[in-house]
Design a binder for this molecule. Structure first.
Ligand code: GTP
Ligand code: MG
Length: 236
């Protein structure tokens, strides 16, 4: 076969592959057999997110009554997409079963809590971890020990029970607590990750500038915390 015919040849193969595999009755049977368990698993994570989000909202409202200010600026939640779960399975070499996914992937349910001040992060984390239905699986303090990129946040992997019709089921949730400044930085730095192939040599320069910005923003967080402390506890 000469070269110009190759694309047409592959097109033929892919059409045939799709018809024989992806559109086959066997594949539909496989999808139907696994759709309910998969939807059920994803729903566990949705429910666990609701539990954790409510716990933070309760703490925020109690704190605002007591101290007349809200420690939480915003809460963002997400369930990892199936595509990202698949990519993580590939990256971690995890076996492809729902049990293995639930055992090995800790961040399918994600809750991000954004605060104004660093002290609020530790306060909220302590309050959550003191609750007797929360089990701490992992704590990573990227505020005390920032990542090489400059990334800062407090990460907790916790297990929270969800109460179903006939069972109580522990479900893992990744909680990220950060300040507004850390969140602002992380969302810009995240963009560099998926644009870096188009940026050529400038990507390295931007990485360095972002490390510098992370240090500046951490200094800002520290000073704002200090000013707040002095407003509420005057030295006089
Ligand atoms: P992942 O496989 O990416 O989940 O990493 P991990 O399991 O080793 O956990 P890690 O604590 O490193 O990161 C978990 C999450 O924190 C990521 O999915 C991001 O949301 C966030 N994160 C970690 N490092 C960085 C970073 O350098 N930049 C930004 N923007 N976000 C980060
Ligand atoms: Mg992750």
């Amino acid at each position: 076969m000469n070269l110009p015919q190759l694309p047409a040849f592959f097109e033929g193969i892919s059409e045939q592959f799709i018809r024989e595999n992806l559109l086959s009755d066997d594949f539909f049977d496989f999808m139907n057999a696994n759709k309910l368990p998969l939807d059920t698993m994803m729903n566990y994570y949705e429910c666990a997110i609701m539990e954790i989000e409510t716990k933070f909202r309760v703490l925020d409202s109690q704190f605002s009554l007591q101290y007349d200010r809200n420690p939480i600026e915003s809460i963002k939640t997400r369930v990892k997409s199936l595509e990202s779960i698949m990519k993580k399975i590939r990256r971690k070499n995890t076996s492809f079963s729902l049990d293995a996914i639930q055992r090995d992937i800790n961040d399918i349910a994600g809750v991000r809590v954004v605060c104004s001040f660093i002290d609020d992060i530790y306060f909220l984390a302590d309050c959550l971890l003191k609750q007797d239905d929360i089990r701490l699986i992992e704590r990573r303090d990227y505020i005390k020990e920032p990542k090489e990129s400059g990334y800062r946040s407090l990460h907790l992997i916790v297990e929270v029970p969800i109460f179903l019709e006939n069972e109580k089921r522990p479900v893992k949730v990744e909680v990220q607590l950060r300040t507004i400044a850390m969140d602002f930085w992380a969302s810009l730095e995240h963009k560099l990750h998926y644009k870096k192939n188009n940026l050529g040599a400038d990507a390295d320069q931007l990485r360095l500038e972002l490390i510098e910005c992370a240090d500046m923003s951490s200094e800002l967080d520290r000073r704002m915390q200090d000013i707040r402390n002095r407003i509420y506890n005057p030295r006089t």
